[in-house]
Design a protein. Structure first.
Lengths: 360, 293
């Protein structure tokens, strides 16, 4: 049986704005689920509805086998880590961590023992008597996590916990959280707008766009078989390239400008105008390649080079921007005209109107 | 290198600060120095002759039982006013903080009393509690409780405390509400998840976090009760019955303008001046240190 269950969850604000459209999600015990989407897509709202900080307009939320729609946040057996950590500024680290247990009426010895254990786990032992103000960003983040862990809740809820840290610390804490979650085996719901964070940490991802679930799946699922154009463009960095193409009448090939690319399998679509998607890392420079490109700018990152180019077609007015990602250093220059090719297994096709994936 | 802003005429900066300095000089420094000078004199009731007596006026005051009693009464009065107005406004602010609909109306109504002049406020409470015709006193009498603040000192004190506190509630309310609303919402939410009910959240999170505000208001309220309640007392009880509501400022007025003991009255106002200066310094020093996060 699933540990957290969302059934047709919707959120409509009093002013009539619908923030969440019917979310269904089943989370297994111990799973690490990441809610990801652009800012304003409703992912925090959804998390707060699970936490009990926002009312649920319709649908049901179950945690650990109980329907929690009408329960107070404190009765839902969850712990939450906030974006700004929400540490109590007038309490020491110890008191911050002990506060929840104290409110639950836990015995003093027990509180001491549990806070001590968690402090050891998170290497906070030397900081126990400090106030939040005297801590660095990373330390505060650890205290906020400690406060969540010490309660031994049925589920952890994280609301963009790393977005206030600098880039280096963020990468570090990503691993810390992931390791910790794996060790504790606590079901986790994690909100972020950062797709790299989402990909690296999640067992499964839920991509949310304007309150609608675009896709739920493992990181590799989403990367290899994005079900919508939105997911395709959102997952992966640099983002997937999209070109509007025309399918030939017999459906055996499609045209990018003047060039025809053959298809191995017929596409399951009645439309001839479709969107062709391919990832920057799947493009290879190839003198016999069928896609002509004009290089506009090259970014050298050392381990890889990102080439920003344009389709070099005589008649093409849409002048699609295309990104290539090559391993190592490239000797190409700005303004060069090159040719590239893509292996057919890396083709993605989407319906131009609905944005849904077209199967082949 | 040009490090300072240079004005062509050196008179301009002085002219810019002149209004403030002139006001301070005319309305504070001059009367204050006059009061200090007067407090060292004994003058006859007609103001025809005066004698320089050094600190005799002060010595006399501290040997006077009635003055010591007034001092104690003032402390009691201001403590009651501060406590009452602070606690009521704290409750109101805590409730207003949770109001979602009609916030504007609710707040505006709560702020109104602040716009009422002290004398009007006093008159209002006199009407309500007037022994023969007041609504509340009639009600109390019908309940079998005899109300007559014109005869009973305790009731008179109760009445001036209520009137003075009522007027200060709006001010405190504004500050408390602002203090509460500056607490990040996520802190309250975190506490809610940490199994703290609304009351517990208030006492363990909100109240400790607004201590600087509370402390500031405490000092302001005491100063208010000490110095700005003259109008209310004058209208409601005139210090009576039998001096039961005579506080220090009222005694200054009574002794000076009614009793025509100008020297003694001046000495009392010098003492008050020292008190208010002391409290202000205390507040500035303490508040700077108290803000701990």
């Amino acid at each position: 049986m699933s540990h957290i269950l969302l059934k047709g969850v919707e959120k409509i604000y009093p002013n009539g704005y619908q923030a969440i459209h019917g979310v269904d999600l089943e989370i297994e015990e111990g799973e690490f689920i990441v809610l990801v989407g652009p800012s304003g897509c409703g992912k925090s709202t959804l998390l707060r509805m699970v936490a009990g900080l926002e009312t649920i307009t319709s649908g049901e939320v179950h945690i650990a086998g109980r329907k929690v729609n009408d329960l107070e946040p404190s009765q839902r057996d969850i712990a939450m880590v906030f974006q700004n950590y929400a540490l109590y500024p007038h309490m020491t680290v110890y008191k911050n961590m002990a506060y929840g247990l104290k409110n639950l009426g836990t015995a003093k010895d027990e509180i001491n023992r549990r806070v001590g254990d968690v402090a050891k786990l998170l290497e906070l032992e030397d900081l126990m008597q400090r106030k939040p103000k005297q801590l660095s960003g990373g330390q505060r983040q650890r205290v906020a996590m400690g406060r969540a862990i010490v309660r031994k809740p049925a589920a952890f809820l994280f609301d963009e916990p790393l977005s206030n840290l600098d880039a280096k610390l963020r990468v570090q804490m990503r691993l810390v959280i992931k390791n910790l979650q794996a060790r504790l085996g606590t079901t986790t719901l994690y909100v972020t707008h950062d797709q790299v964070e989402a990909m690296t940490m999640a067992d499964r991802l839920l991509v949310l766009n304007a309150g609608i679930v675009e896709q739920i799946g493992t990181p590799m699922d989403l990367y290899e078989r994005p079900q919508t154009r939105f997911v395709a463009g959102f997952i992966g960095s640099p983002a997937m390239n999209f070109v509007e193409v025309k399918l030939s009448d017999d459906g055996s090939k499609f045209h990018i400008g003047d060039n025809a690319l053959p298809l191995n399998k017929a596409l399951d679509t009645s439309q001839s105008e479709i969107t062709f998607g391919f990832r920057p890392e799947h493009l290879v420079l190839d003198d016999h390649g069928i896609i002509p490109l004009k290089i506009a700018l090259i970014e050298h990152l050392g381990a890889e080079s990102i080439i920003h180019a344009k389709l070099n077609n005589s008649d093409d007015k849409s002048s699609n921007a295309i990104t290539l990602r090559l391993n190592g250093h490239t000797k190409e220059q700005n303004g060069n005209i090159v040719r590239a090719s893509i292996a057919p297994e890396h083709y993605h096709f989407f319906n131009q109107k609905s944005g849904h994936r077209i199967r082949s | 290198m040009l490090k300072q802003v240079h004005f062509k005429s050196s008179a301009l900066p002085y002219m810019l600060v002149a209004p403030q300095i002139i006001i301070t000089l005319v309305f504070f420094m001059w009367p204050a120095s006059q009061a200090i000078y007067q407090s060292l004199l004994i003058e006859d009731a007609f103001g025809l002759s005066s004698q320089f007596v050094w600190f005799d006026n002060f010595k006399e005051l501290f040997e006077d039982d009635r003055y010591i009693k007034t001092f104690g009464r003032t402390l009691f009065f201001s403590a009651m006013v501060a406590m009452l107005s602070l606690s009521v406004s704290l409750v109101l602010a805590a409730m207003a903080d949770r109001v979602i609909r009609g916030t504007g109306i609710y707040r505006t109504l709560l702020i109104w009393p602040y716009a009422v002049a002290p004398v009007i406020a006093g008159a209002l409470w006199v009407f309500l509690f007037y022994p023969t015709t007041g609504i509340i006193s009639t009600f109390l009498t019908s309940m079998g409780y005899e109300w007559n603040h014109q005869l009973k000192g305790n009731q008179a004190m109760f009445l001036v405390v209520i009137a003075a506190a009522w007027k200060q509630i709006s001010y405190n309310f504004l500050f408390f509400l602002a203090g509460m609303q500056s607490i990040p919402k996520s802190l309250i939410e975190a506490a809610a998840i940490d199994a703290a009910g609304p009351l517990k959240r208030f006492w363990t999170i909100i109240f400790p976090l607004i201590t600087p505000t509370t402390f500031f208001l405490l000092v302001v309220n005491i100063v208010y009760a000490f110095f700005e309640t003259f109008g209310i007392i004058h209208v409601v009880t005139k210090g009576g019955p039998a001096n039961a509501t005579e506080i220090l400022v009222f005694k200054v007025y009574n002794d000076g303008f009614v009793g025509l003991d100008l020297g003694g009255s001046a000495a009392q106002s010098v003492i008050l001046m020292i008190l208010v200066i002391g409290m202000t310094i205390f507040q500035f020093k303490f508040i700077e240190r108290k803000v701990e996060y």
